[in-house]
Design a protein around this ligand. Structure first.
Ligand code: G3H
Ligand code: 13P
Ligand code: ZN
Length: 314
């Protein structure tokens, strides 16, 4: 099977109380680590590409790597998704480039403009058989510089707006702000998600798939290795895995993970350099990083509850 959209994945994830992992890819090793784990676990997969990834590796290289992953895993449904498309034009471009899912992130615009831009992307994407994720509310992390958010809780998605937004824009899934943020520093104190917001949106939009960005857990294993081997991330804190599992059983059908991949790779590279300072063969430090990503993703799929679900999502 070639690339698929997320339609069937979300339908099954919603019905059976799990979420599909959406992992950011930036190079071959990261992609291979993720895909090897997925193939072993027989789980559905969303591979997502950000603007930073396109700038770093170029679209054509990343697409070629994903094409190989798809060809080598005919039994696994894989979707190629644009992460945080910030303009209508980039979304249309990605539809033309063969993405099966695009995100238009116009959440920093007014409610009306967000609807207008999302609707324009929906019309174009749907005409080409591509699905659309939109965003409502303001996450912390990378979006803080957009709005100057200090208190994330003041910018959670408003459930009544969510209902109107989905109806008017026609988007296929909605990224909601429920207390998560991008990056490795998500909470200064006790981590807390707004499960009541997920529940309320779920009631207003029955059967409708929600997306949770900023869902890395900042795993202790990798944080400790990074700090032990010359890194400096003592205050890093992510979303507890129990909270991710709980959200996955609710209306959250797609869970975005990038930071945990970055930290796994970084931790192993640091460890190799510290233990073998004479090492200069990239395969000897990228290889262990790739293996760590594979193990981490396999574990993550259990947290999301999507291990073994590939066949029902086809
Ligand atoms: O949405 C955030 C992702 O982690 C992508 O980040 O733009 O640095 O690739 P990036
Ligand atoms: P993390 O930074 O928590 O991995 O979130 C990634 C993300 O939401 C990509 O869109
Ligand atoms: Zn995101």
């Amino acid at each position: 099977m070639g690339l698929v959209t997320t339609k069937k994945m979300f339908e099954m994830a919603y019905k059976n109380g799990y979420a599909v992992g959406a992992f950011n890819v930036n190079n071959m090793e990261i992609t291979q680590g993720i895909v090897t784990a997925i193939a072993k676990a027989k789980a559905p997969l969303i591979l997502q590409i950000s603007r930073g990834a396109r700038q770093y590796a170029s679209m054509s290289y990343l697409k070629a790597i994903i094409d190989v992953a798809v060809a080598e895993n005919p039994d696994i449904p894989i979707s190629m998704h644009l992460d945080h498309g910030d303009t209508v034009e980039i979304c249309k471009q990605c539809v033309d480039d063969g993405f099966t899912s695009v995100m238009i992130d116009a959440s920093h615009h007014s409610f009306e403009e967000n609807i207008r831009m999302t609707h324009e992307v929906v019309e174009y994407a749907h005409a080409h058989g591509v699905v659309v994720e939109a965003e409502l509310g303001q996450l912390g992390g990378i979006e803080e510089d957009v709005v100057g958010v200090e208190d994330v809780s003041a910018h959670l998605t408003d459930p009544s707006q969510a209902e109107e937004f989905v109806e008017k824009s026609g988007c296929d899934s909605l990224a909601v702000a429920v207390g998560t943020s991008h990056g490795a520093y998500k909470f200064k104190t006790e981590p807390k998600l707004a499960f009541d917001v997920i529940e309320e949106i779920g009631k207003r939009l029955p059967g409708y798939p929600l997306v949770m960005h900023g869902s890395s857990s900042v795993l202790k294993e990798f944080k400790d290795l990074i700090n032990q081997y010359g890194g400096n991330m003592p205050d890093a804190m992510g979303v507890p895995e129990a909270a991710i599992s709980k959200a996955a059983k609710m209306a959250i059908c797609k869970v975005n993970i990038d930071t945990d991949l970055r930290m796994a790779l970084t931790a192993k590279i640091r460890q190799v350099f510290a233990e073998k300072p004479a090492e200069f063969d990239p395969r000897k430090y990228l290889g262990p990083g790739r293996d760590a990503i594979e193990k981490m993703v396999e574990h993550k799929l259990n947290v999301l509850g999507c291990t073994g679900k590939a066949s029902e999502c086809k």
